[in-house]
Design a protein around this ligand. Structure first.
Ligand code: M6P
Ligand code: ZN
Length: 181
């Protein structure tokens, strides 16, 4: 296995890849009318990762790099779906590589806050904390991640209840806005 540190790109036969398009992210962005006018096949982000241990292996780790394209749905920045770990006490590291953005975190009481992401930023996602990343720059945002093999992804909470705040561009700058209930 190899990593190209300047981009986070992973190289090797064991690398797995996935992507999420606007169509895959139905219901995730606030402005449904704007989302419907955009091309469903447009890629919002790609993930490449290496899982040397099988999923669910206690004690194992996975390593990944995510690339989020620049863009907006209405005035909301392109972002990852977001999840909380199925094993809720599992934590994770994120590290900014390229571009600028925000790590959006929400705790169990639905308090949401952000941490700025930039090349060299390093983030610890605490237990029981939902997380997603938004690209607030004009270039692809690339970040690396390391998570326990048995963390699992629970997407239901985000799909059903969303985050309590969303990141919109206002006057050219990111602003965290409480979501309509
Ligand atoms: C990071 C890690 C992965 C995650 C990916 C995309 O690389 O946290 O586990 O899958 O981001 O985020 P999401 O699963 O929310 O689409
Ligand atoms: Zn995670």
């Amino acid at each position: 296995m190899q990593i190209e540190w300047l981009t986070g790109a992973l190289l090797g036969p064991e690398v797995r890849r996935s992507q999420k398009t606007l169509g895959d992210l139905a219901g995730i962005f606030a402005d449904r009318v704007a989302w419907e006018k955009m091309p469903a096949p447009q890629v919002v982000y790609r993930v490449e990762w290496w899982s040397p241990s099988a999923e669910n292996t206690e004690g194992g780790l996975s390593w990944g790099t995510t690339t989020i394209e620049p863009g907006l749905v209405g005035s909301e920045y392109f972002m990852t779906h977001g999840h909380i770990h199925a094993k809720a006490d599992r934590t994770e590291f994120y590290g900014g590589i390229q571009g600028e953005g925000a790590l959006i975190l929400m705790d169990e009481s639905r308090r949401t806050w952000t941490e700025p992401m930039f090349p060299g930023s390093l983030h610890h996602i605490p237990p029981r904390t939902a997380h997603r990343v938004a690209n607030t720059s004009n270039v692809p945002l690339r970040f690396t991640a390391c998570w326990p093999s048995d963390a699992g992804h629970n997407y239901e909470i985000v799909r059903q209840q969303g985050f309590s705040s969303r990141l919109f561009r206002k006057d050219g700058k990111p602003v965290l806005v409480a979501a309509a209930q």
